[in-house]
Design a protein around this ligand. Structure first.
Ligand SMILES: [Zn+2]
Length: 461
């Protein structure tokens, strides 16, 4: 999202932490650099129309002026308390968010006048100051996956506070928690205990895993980033598009140099390798499916059918694709060959994630009727092409992609190591920026349809 003026305040130096991936140019150097100064440079490089200033300091509020919105992303209750006071004094909304390795939380505080405060306290549902301080995050180390999700939600609240795009486009009224240690995902209370007993080092858990990622668009950018930070050993990326002038607003890794006209798979693999040199990434300029059209053939696109896909010998397929035809095709291969498949769909204000984990959850067709939708799509395609992966310039689109992608990476860990991280979701996760809850996990335990090939392993047990 493009905001005119940004002031970032922080007093830390960067210490070779791969999780702070935007600092990757300094990854190998042992230079002592101020985080805000470097962030200022990167943001200006990504979008030269933004006036960004990094202030290397303890929050010293006279430096702030009067912004439209205040954002507190620390894990420090003392900072949050100061931010609340400032929000009250300036009468501007405060977006407060914190993350730990497996959990993240966000709330929005809107200053009220005395009358409003009294009325609200009479309703007996008023929040206390303590609710906004996020005491249980104090001194926690932050984690990539909650950072991605909460960062996306926070940016969306910033957007809402400045620019309302729909009548029901309101600031968040209650806390949203994302908790990888909860089987319900969006509950504060954890019911999963991490168990590394059989493994020496979490860092090495994903070193022998191979993932195929279909689509190097917006979801591909964020998921690729998440998988690289997770340390997935081998990533194959399949896409047949080139970076065009409309992409960089939501496909952040295309932003660092002028990549317009280059193949997305090439640009993305280079960027991810830069972030984590220890992973293997191969970009395949191709199309997953059963046929190529005239145009695709003339451009040298490679057809990646079932046998080509199976040759990659992958442990998991992630699809960020924009047609039901491709979804149906991937699902058939996944079910037939018992390969886990995570399917994502995004739109400017919403998105969803579904997981097929062979023998444990229903396939994507049992979740979403992709075979039927693919048939419909084939009929309609003569008139107008359909698309469920958002492809427009709406400022919210980058946030929905970021949010959905973070949750995909969260489920990847659970597919590979349920004994460590707990089980994957059995219904889809739905994100909607215009709903009061923002994100929910569907509460139907969706079992495979009788007769669907995915049900064979499921009911055998
Ligand atoms: Zn099925």
């Amino acid at each position: 999202m493009q905001v005119g003026n940004i002031r970032i305040i922080d007093n830390n130096y960067y210490h070779n932490d791969i999780n702070e991936f935007l600092f990757f140019n300094y990854y190998k150097k042992k230079e002592k650099i101020s985080k805000v100064k470097h962030l200022e440079k990167i943001i200006s490089q990504m979008n030269e129309n933004i006036n960004v200033l990094g202030i290397h300091s303890e929050p010293f509020y006279d430096l702030i002026g009067k912004p439209n919105v205040l954002v507190d992303l620390t894990n420090k209750p003392s900072s949050k308390l100061n931010s609340l006071k400032l929000s009250d004094r300036l009468r501007i909304p405060l977006i407060t968010a914190s993350t730990s390795e497996n959990k993240g939380k966000i709330m929005v505080y809107e200053p009220m006048n005395q009358v409003e405060k009294i009325l609200l306290s009479k309703n007996n549902n008023s929040k206390t100051i303590e609710d906004y301080l996020f005491l249980d995050f104090e001194n926690s180390k932050q984690g990539n996956i909650p950072n991605g999700l909460i960062g996306g939600l926070a940016t969306e609240e910033i957007r809402k506070s400045i620019l309302k795009l729909k009548p029901n486009d309101k600031l968040l009224k209650k806390a949203v928690t994302y908790n990888l240690l909860s089987n319900k995902r969006f509950e504060d209370k954890s019911d999963i205990t991490l168990n590394f007993d059989c493994y020496l080092n979490e860092k090495d858990l994903f070193k022998d895993k191979k993932i195929v990622m279909i689509g190097a668009g917006a979801v591909g950018n964020f998921v690729g980033l998440g998988l690289s930070l997770l340390g997935i050993n081998q990533i194959y990326m399949i896409d047949m598009d080139e970076v065009d002038a409309t992409n960089p607003n939501r496909q952040i890794l295309y932003n660092f140099e002028n990549n317009i006209g280059k193949r997305k798979v090439d640009v993305l693999s280079k960027a991810l390798k830069n972030i984590n040199p220890n992973i293997n990434i191969k970009g395949l300029y191709g199309k997953v499916g059963e046929y190529l059209n005239e145009n695709e053939r003339s451009q040298g696109v490679k057809l990646i059918g079932e046998s080509e896909l199976l040759k990659l010998n992958c442990d998991l397929i992630i699809g960020g694709v924009d047609t039901f035809t491709t979804r149906a095709f991937i699902n058939k291969i996944a079910v037939k060959n018992k390969i886990p498949y995570i399917d994502a769909g995004t739109e400017p204000f919403s998105g969803q994630v579904s997981v097929y984990n062979p023998g444990k959850t229903a396939c994507i067709d049992c979740h979403k009727n992709v075979y039927l939708l693919a048939q419909k799509e084939a009929k309609e395609n003569d008139i107008t092409p359909t698309s469920c992966i958002a492809d427009n310039h709406d400022p919210s689109v980058v946030m929905s992609n970021q949010i959905i992608s973070a949750m995909i990476v969260g489920e990847v860990k659970k597919i590979f190591y349920p004994e460590v991280y707990g089980f994957t979701i059995r219904d889809s996760i739905y994100y909607n920026s215009l709903s009061a809850n923002r994100i929910i996990l569907g509460n139907h335990i969706r079992n495979p349809r009788k007769g669907c090939p995915c049900s064979q392993d499921f009911y055998k047990k």
